[in-house]
Write a protein that binds this ligand. Structure first.
Ligand code: SF4
Ligand code: SF4
Length: 159
């Protein structure tokens, strides 16, 4: 890269970090706020419009959940293959057990999982947030659910 282009690139990055269009009000305090707000009614309230389409997670550059299935491909002799596909924590059956029990039955519980994974659990495990701030989940959600607004609202409720 030409030095002039590199300089321009570095300046663009610095400007973006210095002046985000929108940001979580207290990113450092977000993990503790989401922990304290685990039972907040805000989750169900903000998840009401969610249709469970999964766009937010399929587009997210840091989402990585997958499913494994064994599929029969022949009967004599019996043959099969193991297939790995993307999966999605916003789907109603993502956590469905064989027994029929589903620990995340509601849209609020599923929204809480998605947001808490980015802003709490990943930080607890690895010391950093799992959201790059790309905004894809916000701009493409068909019902306008906004991860920044959710984190801010849970934090406000806890405070
Ligand atoms: S804004 Fe964060 S949570 Fe949303 S798609 Fe980008 S990295 Fe994922
Ligand atoms: S993109 Fe919006 S409507 Fe679709 S699953 Fe995500 S939060 Fe729900």
């Amino acid at each position: 890269m030409a030095p002039a282009d590199k300089k321009k690139l570095d300046q663009t990055h610095a400007d973006a970090v210095a002046a985000p269009q929108r940001a979580v009000k207290d990113a450092k305090g977000a993990p503790a706020a989401l922990k304290a707000g685990f039972d907040s009614p805000v989750w169900e309230e903000m998840a009401k419009p969610c249709i469970g389409c999964g766009i937010c997670t399929f587009l997210c550059p840091t989402c990585h959940c997958f499913d494994l299935n064994d599929e029969v491909t022949g009967s004599t002799p019996l043959k099969g293959i193991r297939v790995r596909t993307w999966d999605n924590c916003q789907f109603p059956d993502f956590t469905m057990h064989t027994s029929g029990h589903n620990p995340r039955e509601t849209t609020g519980e599923r929204l809480r999982q998605r947001v808490s994974h980015k802003f709490r659990y990943f930080h607890e495990n690895f010391g950093m947030l799992q959201c790059t701030g790309c905004g894809r989940c916000v701009s493409e959600c068909p019902v306008g659910i906004d991860i920044v607004a959710v984190v801010n609202k849970v934090a406000e409720h806890v405070a």
